[in-house]
Design a protein around this ligand. Structure first.
Ligand code: GTP
Ligand code: MG
Length: 256
């Protein structure tokens, strides 16, 4: 167990994995070098390619690496929630989300953690000035841009990259976000948490990152994941507008 990162306290980086045998060693190695103060939790959904066994080897060789074995593929959101629960149990101050496929450079984590010193939630952002995406096919660029535009309009949140998955949260903030009620599974999980942070009035900041397309292994991105995000964001946006209308109406009634 580490002493913590300057200014923010004890940090747990949760890396969800499903079939990342080709990536998990490289990413944990880079992460341990880049931020030696951070502990690592690999949340593996019983990957058929043996990622879980490799994670066990890594954990056996390094007391700052831990593994959460889950029974089967249940989506990114569920894996993160289980990882967050572990962070609460073990009294960490900060939890970080990071993909295993190398898209999120561990070398940029200090940038996120430094920004957390004066914020509650830090989003690694591809779409603010200074942010970049390397080697993405045009259709992925389009999905991300359109998805983020729709999210901004439907929810009225000022974020450029609400779907990104490279983030740091203070546990004091997560604790108030009622995450036990999160049902989102895919990307939508990221939008869900950004929306909760915004509604709670937390200090949310976007810092530029360079996101690189995965080089090894298969993507778990699917049209079902995009559809889930679309319908949930639409429902949340409608609920928020309805609540505003209701408040306005009951305000008028009490004035009358
Ligand atoms: N535990 C767990 N991890 C998952 C699951 N689905 C995806 N992941 C992990 O979540 C991270 C992001 O998934 P990716 O497949 O890279 O999804 P993506 O980044 O949207 O897609 P690409 O950009 O094509 O890589 C990776 O570390 C995956 O292994 C799941 O059902 N369970
Ligand atoms: Mg990826």
């Amino acid at each position: 167990m580490s002493e913590g990162y300057r200014g923010v306290g004890r940090v747990l980086v949760v890396i969800p994995t499903y079939n990342e045998a080709e990536n998990i060693r490289v990413i944990t190695d880079r992460l341990r070098r880049a931020v030696p103060a951070a502990d690592v939790l690999i949340a593996d959904d019983n990957s058929p390619d043996g990622t879980g066994a490799i994670a066990d080897e890594l954990a056996a060789a390094d007391p700052q690496i831990h593994v959460l074995h889950r029974p089967g593929k249940a989506g990114l959101g569920a894996a993160y929630l289980a990882g967050f629960a572990r962070a609460f149990e073990q009294s960490y101050d900060v939890v970080v989300e990071m993909d295993a496929d190398g898209s999120h450079a561990p070398e940029q984590l200090p940038r996120l953690l430094d920004a957390l010193a004066e914020n509650d939630v830090v989003l690694g952002s591809r779409w603010v000035r200074g942010g970049k995406v390397l080697n993405w096919p045009f259709h992925r660029y389009l999905i991300s841009q359109v998805g983020n535009l729709y999210t901004r309009l439907a929810l009225g949140i000022p974020l450029r990259d609400a779907t990104g998955g490279y983030r740091a949260y203070r546990l004091t903030a997560l604790d108030k976000m009622e995450i036990e009620t999160v049902a989102s599974q895919g990307y939508c999980f990221q939008v869900d948490l950004a929306w909760r942070a915004h509604r709670n009035g937390f200090r949310v900041v976007e810092v530029p990152i360079t996101f690189a397309e995965r080089e090894r292994g298969a993507s778990k991105m699917s049209s079902a994941i995009v559809r889930e995000a679309l319908w949930r964001v639409t429902v949340w946006g409608a609920q928020a507008r309805l609540a505003t209308v209701r408040r306005a109406v009951s305000g008028k009634r009490s004035e009358a």
